[in-house]
Design a protein around this ligand. Structure first.
Ligand code: LLP
Length: 432
């Protein structure tokens, strides 16, 4: 009945998440409010880990792509689950390290890492640096030399695969700011240089073909291309890279028409291809890393809003305005991403209205969604928008000086705040 499995209706007809009444959460913590479900996050982690155990003989690591949702508590949960994490900035790296995350299980990404980021990574012995370009490779070698260190790197490769997703979130094709293209020979040249540099240890290759991919085939194709690349590097340098990182991108169900495959299907299909190609090129099967972000987190979260104004424009549309918007969820404004929504107090009722859910920013494009089927929403109702656990809090802004909502975590039928609601004082604290 609901998009995410942790949502249900209680005897009062109210929407629940992880067994807790969402109206009680709204009352206790206020709105807008992000609510996330730790039990489901852990269940998702277990599923990804099990897929590597079952289909790849435990020879791999699930790394949570923390750009999906980054705060100290999520790194603690991922640490406890035995996952690695992928970070893309000094801020994410710092948050992970300050939450006590083991640095050797951190992967640093980024297409334009700063000197400060690289220095921090070398100093804190971050496990892997995924090198994106030649400038970075040489800079990293110098920094490592100065710090009398040798760093383990992966080469970020563009495998040239069209993953049939929204242009903005597709990163594997040749016209991309990320990584080295294979077909131009750039990737091989980068690997050769990495092998020559004294303070660099080339351990593997990385690719990420896109996001919200609902198919298995692009991942299998990526594995095929990447093993061939490992073979080409071995032929050219004599070095056999022992680690293959296939990135993230596994899709989830946002709305009814999305039909994602089970997580285990990815590893199952990819493992077969890796084995076949390794046999063909006479290589050892590499250690595998996958980097799910959205699929671990998005379905576990919802956002609760209070409905304010209703505006019925005859023969045009009905606007239902909420007390948040593009500042806590910019994904409709950016990508026209679709969501399912529920009036929390009427969760067992039929959805009988088509409405546009609008935010409160001074911006016409500030919408959570258009033409959404919803129960009749009135001023004061609590509205839940589903599957907002990823790329919502992490992409939130203070536009119009709106305050970022709190994040509440649910576990074993109890709720706790994991990120405080911003205050007006927070807003002005850097102003001189
Ligand atoms: N690894 C790398 C190197 C990535 O660039 C990404 C996402 C991931 C892993 C995780 O991908 P996921 O499993 O979450 O799809 N802001 C966009 C998504 C951007 C994703 C960028 N890279 C959105 O809201 O849809």
């Amino acid at each position: 009945m609901f998009i995410s499995k942790n949502l249900a209706v209680n005897e009062k007809g109210h929407l629940t998440i992880g067994g807790i009444d969402t109206l009680d959460l709204a009352k206790k913590y206020g709105t807008p409010l992000y609510v996330m479900d730790e039990d489901l996050i852990r269940e998702n982690c277990e599923k990804f880990k099990k897929s590597i155990d079952d289909y790849y003989e435990k020879n791999g690591l699930v790394c949570y792509a923390s750009k999906a949702f980054s705060c100290k508590e999520i790194y603690r949960i991922m640490k406890d689950e035995g996952l690695g994490v992928d970070v893309v900035s000094l801020g994410e790296m710092y948050t992970a390290v300050s939450a006590g995350f083991a640095s050797e299980k951190i992967y640093l990404h980024g297409n334009n890492k700063t000197i400060e980021e690289l220095k921090f990574a070398v100093e804190h012995k971050i496990g892997r640096i995924v090198v994106d370009n030649l400038n970075e490779l040489e800079l990293l070698n110098c920094i490592a030399k100065d710090m009398r260190s040798k760093v383990d790197v992966l080469i970020r490769v563009k495998p040239g695969i069209d993953a049939h997703t929204h242009d903005f979130i597709r990163t594997g094709q040749i016209d991309s700011k990320f990584g080295f293209a294979i077909e131009t020979g750039e990737a091989l040249s980068a690997a050769k240089l990495a092998v020559e540099l004294d303070n660099i240890n080339l351990v593997g290759a990385h690719c990420h073909i896109g996001s919200q991919i609902l198919d298995v085939d692009p991942f299998v194709l990526a594995a095929d291309v990447m093993i061939k690349f490992i073979s080409d590097v071995k032929d050219a340098t004599g070095i056999e890279m022992c680690e293959l990182n296939l990135g993230g991108g596994f899709g989830i169900k946002y709305v009814d028409k999305d039909d994602p495959v089970d997580y285990e299907e990815y590893m199952k299909a990819v493992s077969i291809m890796i084995q076949k190609k390794c046999d063909q090129y006479n290589l050892n099967r590499p250690f595998i890393v996958i980097e799910p972000g959205r699929s671990l987190i998005a379905p576990t979260g919802i956002t609760l809003y209070t409905v304010g104004a209703r505006k019925e424009i005859p023969n045009i549309r009905t606007y239902v305005s909420v007390d948040g918007g593009m500042t806590d969820n910019p994904r409709y404004a950016l990508y026209k991403s679709e969501y399912d929504a529920i009036v929390a107090s009427k969760a067992s009722e039929e959805k009988n209205e088509i409405v546009t859910i609008a935010g409160k920013c001074c911006e016409s494009g500030d919408l959570i969604g258009e033409n959404m089927l919803l129960q009749h929403a009135e001023t004061g109702d609590i509205l839940a928008v589903c599957a907002t656990g990823a790329y919502n809090y992490s992409m939130a802004s203070n536009y119009n000086r709106n305050l970022k909502p709190a994040v509440v975590m649910i576990k074993d039928g109890k709720s706790r705040v994991i990120v405080n609601r911003e205050t007006l004082e927070d807003l002005v604290k850097n102003d001189i």
